[in-house]
Design a protein around this ligand. Structure first.
Ligand code: ADP
Ligand code: MG
Length: 569
């Protein structure tokens, strides 16, 4: 090699590597899943690139992943003849923790109290390539990008530095050589030079990978004169069956889980698996997952969606945002369409009737699944809503077609219970006689809302109030007109009528009386506060506070005003 350069890892990468090296993560086998997953992605990318770029001079007739063991040197190599990486990509993708959300991971790692807590974080964030360092004390990656002449060699022992160098004779694609840790040598549980062990791991985690995963295996037979004869053959370890093409009862829960981990680059489990098939004019199959945990970057501006598009089993693109609405961006999975061209681009997809039809169907199916979950598995639903409710509520604004279903599956904090959230149906059921509106108050936290003077009269009368604390609540609650004929009414805006007709009349008479009595005071206050307020009124809504500030029926609430200010408007 020429041009060897030594570089330092960034601090957070180093921290993560350190965690890997000293990992007590019980499931070290998963490093192989991560490496095979990367190899498979690289093969997908190369096939696609060769479809699109006819000038790319590469042989794609035998795309595959290969495992190779050297027992004496104690190395395991994972090799692919996929797209490969150029030098800059190696530096960006392998040498740095390029993933969005790294900052948050770093923060959480700092807060993590012990090794076990850190390991759990690894599970949540996923570390892909770096998981190699759970089993290796040195990793050598050699890669050459399809269409380029020079290759790159990256090497590190997972401490503070790595080296990077040019290589002239690298085959196209990527090979990752793991120099296995000596301390695992005696432990058959971690014997990653054993063909049985490797075969078992591939079967377990990577069986569905569409590309063949090959390994040279030895076979011992007795020859005619009674001596052992060892022969070698290349074996394909995985069955390569596309999971989404198989019927649900043919696929085990583990298979679904491993597939989910592969396509979602996730380390958690799916909360719900949603297979889907359409026959007829537009033929397609889909396999969707609702994750168990919300990703840390769910609200990041550049956050991508998680559904991949295949056309006739050929991977076309990640993060196909036209397949699910933005408010379902946490849904992961694949859609395999039969009648699209392999050359489809994102621009074409936006206009495509078939894609729009698929999107409508997927949306309805996901929402129906959640509705079903709410009815049959309330605990699971509660978990779902805790993780994703804030995002799903965005749909109340953007997706008027599904608004009724969305309202039906939404839950909110309420004065009715400290612990449990309520559905709107639950609220309506508890409404007082004569109550014609669903009352709510928006603000930053439950605690703030509960101590608001606006709450007093409602608390006294035992009228339930929804406590809406997510920023998105401000938006939907003013754009959704009603639920089951009951309008949404902020208790902080305009006049709120409480009580029956008679009570209201009596209160009105009393107010007029009082207004006369306090007329001078009121007009004095109005003059004095001229610039600050629009009106000064006597109120029946306070029971213990002397005064409160009320918004106009159509004015922005303080929280919304803050939100606009924060976003620079
Ligand atoms: P992730 O797969 O979730 O993106 P990884 O840490 O596993 O994260 O990999 C980081 C990136 O490095 C990948 O996104 C890919 O761009 C690149 N990469 C890793 N392995 C390979 C490979 N075998 N061939 C080509 N690129 C790879
Ligand atoms: Mg990966």
């Amino acid at each position: 090699s020429t041009n060897v350069e030594q570089r330092e890892f960034q601090a957070e990468t180093r921290q993560l590597l350190d965690l890997m090296i000293h990992s007590i993560y019980s499931n070290k086998d998963t490093f192989l899943r991560e490496l095979i997953s990367n190899a498979s992605d690289a093969l997908d990318k190369l096939r696609l690139e060769s479809f699109r770029n006819k000038d790319l001079d590469v042989d794609t007739s035998d795309l595959h992943v290969e495992l190779e063991v050297d027992k004496d040197a104690r190395t395991l190599t994972v090799r692919d003849n996929g797209i490969g990486m150029n030098r800059d990509e190696v530096v960006d993708l392998i040498g740095t923790l390029a993933k969005s959300g790294t900052g948050e991971l770093r923060q959480k790692l700092r807060e993590a109290k012990d090794a076990a807590a850190s390991e759990e974080l690894i599970g949540q964030f996923g570390i892909g390539f770096y998981s190699s360092f759970m089993v290796a004390d040195k990793v050598t990656l050699v890669t050459r990008k399809a269409g380029e002449k020079t290759g790159t060699r990256w090497e590190s022992s997972g401490e503070s530095t790595y080296t990077i160098a040019e290589v002239d004779d690298a085959p196209q694609g990527t090979s990752v050589v793991l120099h296995l840790k000596p301390e695992d040598a005696e432990d058959h549980l971690f014997d990653y030079t054993s063909q049985w062990k490797l075969e078992e791991i591939v079967k377990k985690y990577s069986d569905f990978i569409a590309w063949p995963i090959r390994m040279e295996v030895s076979r011992t037979t007795k020859s005619e004169d009674g001596t052992d004869e060892v022969t070698f053959e290349t074996k394909t370890l995985n069955s390569q069956k596309a999971l989404w093409a198989r019927s649900k009862d043919e696929v085990s829960e583990e298979e679904y889980t491993d597939f989910y981990k592969h396509i979602a680059h996730a380390w958690d489990e799916p909360l719900e698996v949603i297979p889907l098939k359409a026959e007829g004019t537009f033929e397609y199959q889909a396999l969707l997952f609702i994750p168990e945990h919300a990703p840390f970057d769910l609200f990041a501006r550049e956050r991508r969606t998680g559904v991949q598009l295949y056309v006739k089993r050929v991977f076309i693109m990640d993060d196909c945002e036209d397949l699910v609405p933005e408010y379902l961006r946490f849904v992961k999975g694949v859609v395999d369409a039969q009648d699209l061209s392999l050359n489809v681009s994102r621009e074409i997809l936006q206009q495509d009737r078939q894609i729009r039809a698929i999107r409508r169907r997927l949306t309805k199916k996901v929402l129906a699944t959640v509705k079903d979950m709410a009815a049959k598995e309330p605990e699971k639903y509660t978990k779902f809503w805790r993780e994703f409710g804030r995002v799903v509520k965005e749909g109340l604004i953007s997706d008027t077609d599904n608004r009724d279903t969305l309202l039906a599956i939404s839950s909110f904090d309420s004065t009715a219970s400290e612990e449990e959230q309520t559905t709107l149906a639950g609220y309506v059921e508890r409404m007082k006689d004569g109550q014609d509106a669903i009352y709510y108050l928006t603000g930053e936290s439950r605690q703030l809302l509960e101590s608001s003077p606006h709450m007093e009269a409602f608390r006294d009368k035992g009228i339930e109030v929804l406590l809406l604390t997510d920023p998105v609540d401000e938006m939907w609650v003013t754009s959704v007109p009603e639920f089951e004929g009951k309008r949404f009414q902020s208790i902080a805006k305009g006049d709120v009528d409480l009580g029956t007709e008679d009570e209201k009349k009596a209160a009105e008479a009393e107010r007029e009386e009082k207004e006369k009595e306090f007329g001078d005071l009121l007009s004095w206050m109005k003059e004095t506060l001229d610039e600050q307020v629009k009106d000064v009124r006597l109120s029946s809504r306070l029971t213990s506070s002397p005064a409160c500030i009320v918004g106009d029926t159509f004015s922005m609430s303080p929280a919304l005003e803050r939100m606009y200010k924060a976003s620079g408007q």
